[in-house]
Design a protein around this ligand. Structure first.
Ligand code: TYD
Ligand code: MG
Length: 462
């Protein structure tokens, strides 16, 4: 058990507190600024006012009610997906992102849509009530259940929470939180941490849930919000890809997977969920695909997505060939190119290779490898792929195709977008796809199952 201390070491520069003396403040980096001060360490002890007078107890795990935290639908499908199926009661969710990405908009839309009979308290430390009202009007939200208060002062927020008893508290933003408590210098990271922790404790004790927004700068300097990550249950980052779409990703989730992403576009009336993301990433062309272009069925999280992979091979400018690929890892591109060179006798090592993914999405999933190989082959030979065919599969260094996750899902996604052809790894396709009406030989459905690079080329290019 941690010993109760009655003194701490406090930085005279930023107010950061440490339980023991350090030569350099870990928060602001200043040297010799930690001085011994009376008080308790805020990082490990709670304010006495809320401390329970009952002796601490343990209980058998088997007696714990697993339903302790129940989920509340946020009313926004894409948000629920990223949260792992809704807002968990007694949880704290941090929404980070660059200014202007849409954090406040997301919170306000969720505040209005959340499927709860309870109240939602929207705390804005950045905007006036009038500004929030203007945004609500723009979003055509009535907001009958939303209580608003415009302050960043912890004590005021706590008083209002006690009066309103909200089910969901939204605080925009964590950086505006401050308190007079403990004489900390206002505006420091420590104040933000302290106030956030108080709010988190409140929602945990009152069966509510907390959303906190945090600004993250472009350089990714998130020393502030980063320090909140371990306090909260879920960390979502909102980011804009190079196109117009905005991705909401879970960086941490105690109650769900961190694989899921939510996709939105920002429209005239706020954030619009993108239900079929493939439509964002596919280019619609009259006529056939240009050489070097392949439609890949990849996964984003557990979500199948069809994207266009583009490859260009030009004779190397220098003595060394280079790979220019920022959306698919260059090491993966080099490996696939080497595999092609070795097993198909296709010379790529004297060429500079350029790889692009339409729509600016980054792909880090192995299932893209076969499509990448086919794009390189097509680019180097000048042969086009047939239209209406999607490709998925992992490639081994020996030139074999390996089964991939969620093949049936990828196939379904391709078919729903009108793709009639599908090329995938033989061990899994089609024999292991029960429930899908696929004829074993694959010919009539345009479905081809191949075992290696050679047969993939044969299936697509002859
Ligand atoms: P905002 O939610 O304020 O971003 P953040 O809180 O992350 O700083 O708004 C982001 C941007 O979106 C802002 O530039 C205005 C724009 N916007 C729209 O395009 N349409 C809308 O309906 C709304 C509400 C905002
Ligand atoms: Mg904002």
């Amino acid at each position: 058990m941690k010993k109760q201390r009655d003194f701490i070491f406090k930085c005279t520069g930023c107010g950061h507190e440490e339980p023991k003396w350090l030569g350099r403040c870990p928060e602001c980096g200043e040297w010799n600024t930690l001085v011994e001060t009376a008080g308790n360490f805020a990082g490990s002890t709670r304010r006495s006012g809320r401390q329970n007078s009952l002796p601490p107890q343990s209980f058998p795990l088997s007696t714990v009610d697993p339903q302790e935290g129940t989920r509340i639908g946020s009313g926004i499908g894409e948000l629920d997906r990223v949260l792992g199926g809704g807002i968990m009661k007694r949880s704290a969710i941090l929404v980070g992102g660059e200014p202007g990405i849409g954090k406040s908009t997301l919170l306000l839309q969720a505040a209005a849509a959340v499927e709860t009979k309870g109240r939602v308290l929207y705390v804005s430390g950045e905007e006036s009530a009038g500004q929030v009202r203007m945004r609500a009007d723009r979003l055509e939200l009535r907001g009958e259940r939303i209580e608003i208060c415009c302050t960043g002062q912890l004590e005021k927020i706590e008083t209002i929470m006690e009066a309103v008893k909200p089910l969901i508290v939204m605080v925009d933003s964590a950086q505006t939180l401050h308190t007079d408590q403990a004489g900390m210098a206002p505006g420091t990271v420590n104040q933000m941490k302290y106030c956030s922790w108080e709010l988190i404790s409140w929602v945990k004790e009152h069966d509510a849930a907390l959303f906190l927004t945090a600004h993250v700068t472009k350089e990714g300097v998130i020393s502030g919000p980063k320090t909140l990550e371990h306090l909260v249950d879920t960390v979502l980052y909102f980011e804009q890809n190079e196109g117009d779409s905005r991705f909401l990703r879970a960086a941490k989730n105690r109650f769900g997977s961190v694989d899921e992403i939510g996709i939105f576009t920002m429209g005239e009336r706020g954030l619009q969920p993108v239900v079929d993301p493939s439509l964002l990433f596919l280019i619609h062309r009259e006529g056939g695909l240009p050489p070097g272009t392949v439609i890949a069925a990849v996964l984003e999280g557990s979500r199948p997505l069809l994207v266009e992979i583009q490859a260009l091979a030009v004779p190397a400018k220098g003595s060394m060939s280079r790979v220019f690929s920022d959306r698919i890892d260059s090491a993966r591109v080099s490996r696939v190119a080497a595999t092609l060179e070795k097993h198909l006798n296709l010379r790529l090592s004297d060429h500079d290779l350029y790889i692009n993914v339409a729509g600016g999405i980054r792909i880090a999933e192995v299932g893209v490898e076969l499509a990448l190989a086919m794009a390189l082959y097509s680019a180097r030979t000048g042969l086009s792929l047939p239209t209406g065919t999607a490709v998925a599969g992992e490639l081994s260094l020996a030139g074999e195709l390996r089964p991939i996750r969620r093949l049936a899902g990828r196939l379904k996604a391709a078919q729903s977008l009108g793709f009639e052809g599908f090329l995938g790894p033989a061990p899994a396709l089609p024999a292991r796809l029960p429930g899908l009406a696929i004829e074993p030989e694959g010919e009539t459905t345009g479905l081809r199952a191949v075992g290696d690079l050679k047969s993939a080329v044969k299936a697509l290019f002859t």
